[in-house]
Ligand binder design. Structure first.
Ligand SMILES: C[S@@+](CC[C@H](N)C(=O)[O-])C[C@H]1O[C@@H](n2cnc3c(N)ncnc32)[C@H](O)[C@@H]1O
Length: 308
């Protein structure tokens, strides 16, 4: 089966998926149909679950092209593109910490649905990875609207190349995305594809009032909550979790910290994550159990993006 057929089949499956559905948004369906995911996936990838030998199997396009393409178009499986910050060469099965991936399709679509960018919006993306999500975003917002920040120089360079080869006009910056990109602020939308323990204050300062920030936030339950927050001005934002995920951590926030020091109340009932309210400003973040939200749709299935 060729890539276009697989992409069309994925699009059809997404319509009835409990996660990652298009939600009736034709721009999102069109972007998914237009962007060749296989163009962004590196030729050698690791499968994200260990085999009996405890190693992550390598999928090599040159050796098993059909298997590689099928893996790239799996809806619910992120594929690992870097282990231990690049210390492990992608030439054999390996073990180690996942540090970059091509995110799984359902999580990508779900995140973009919550971000809801409009044509012409100025967008900041943190964690470029392969550039696949960048290309989907640019398809919606248009040329020269998007800045994407990647901390790893080699990953950034590859994404830049892949985006340019497709004619996608986005600014790829090699830098620590925790600082955002002050020169491009204010942004209408900020999205992170690396998870945080604390919403960086730079992102809050660079989000315009009324703008939307979507990021995976670590929780006391051990998984992340995708939070959707609206800028309220003066470097602050407020919002709610919209989904559960597990993402790789932003490099500067890998070290665990007690959740009570991160604005989480002691003993919060994680079963009720949909009711949480999140407020973040230049002094820190506060999470509290809010009022009950009923009939909030289908985002109820808990699962993993990929764990670091
Ligand atoms: C889950 S991957 C992104 C996947 C990407 N959305 C895709 O589908 O190709 C997370 C990325 O965030 C990057 N990253 C981690 N910390 C970062 C930081 N402080 N600033 C910018 N990028 C960072 C990692 O190097 C990695 O490439």
């Amino acid at each position: 089966m060729d890539a276009e057929v697989l992409r069309a089949r994925c699009a059809k499956e997404l319509e009835s998926s409990p996660r990652g559905y298009f939600g009736g948004l034709s721009w999102l369906r069109n972007a998914f149909a237009a962007v060749p995911r296989e163009h962004f996936a590196p030729d050698r990838l690791w499968w994200p679950r260990p085999g009996e030998d405890g190693l992550y199997a390598l999928i090599d396009r040159s050796k098993t092209p059909k298997r590689w393409l099928k893996a790239v178009y799996l809806l619910r499986t992120p594929l690992i593109t870097q282990i231990d910050d690049g210390a492990v060469a992608p030439d054999a099965p390996a073990s180690g910490a996942f540090t970059s991936s091509i995110s799984c399709i359902t999580v990508v679509i779900e995140t973009l649905r919550h971000l809801a960018p409009a044509p012409g919006d100025k967008v900041l993306e943190i964690g470029t990875g392969t550039g696949y999500n960048t290309a989907l975003l640019a398809h919606r917002t248009g040329p020269d609207t998007l800045t994407t920040v990647e901390i790893d120089p080699q990953i950034a360079a590859q994404a830049r190349e892949r985006l340019e080869a497709l004619g996608v006009r986005a600014r790829v910056v090699t830098a620590d995305g925790e600082q955002g990109f002050p020169a491009g602020a204010p942004f209408d939308r900020i999205v992170s594809t690396a998870s945080v323990r604390r919403i960086p204050t730079a992102w809050l300062r660079q989000l315009r009032p009324g703008g939307v920030l979507v990021a995976p936030l670590d929780s006391p339950a051990g998984y992340d909550l995708t939070v959707r927050m609206t800028g309220t001005g003066h470097g602050a934002a407020a919002g709610r979790p919209v989904a559960t995920v597990e993402f790789m951590r932003l490099r500067g926030q890998r070290t665990p910290q007690p959740h009570t020091g991160l604005g989480w109340p002691d003993g919060i009932d994680m079963q009720r994550w949909r009711e949480f309210e999140i407020h973040a400003d230049q002094n820190g973040q506060r999470i509290r159990a809010g009022r009950v939200m009923r009939g909030r749709g289908r985002d109820t299935v808990s699962w993993q993006e990929s764990a670091l």
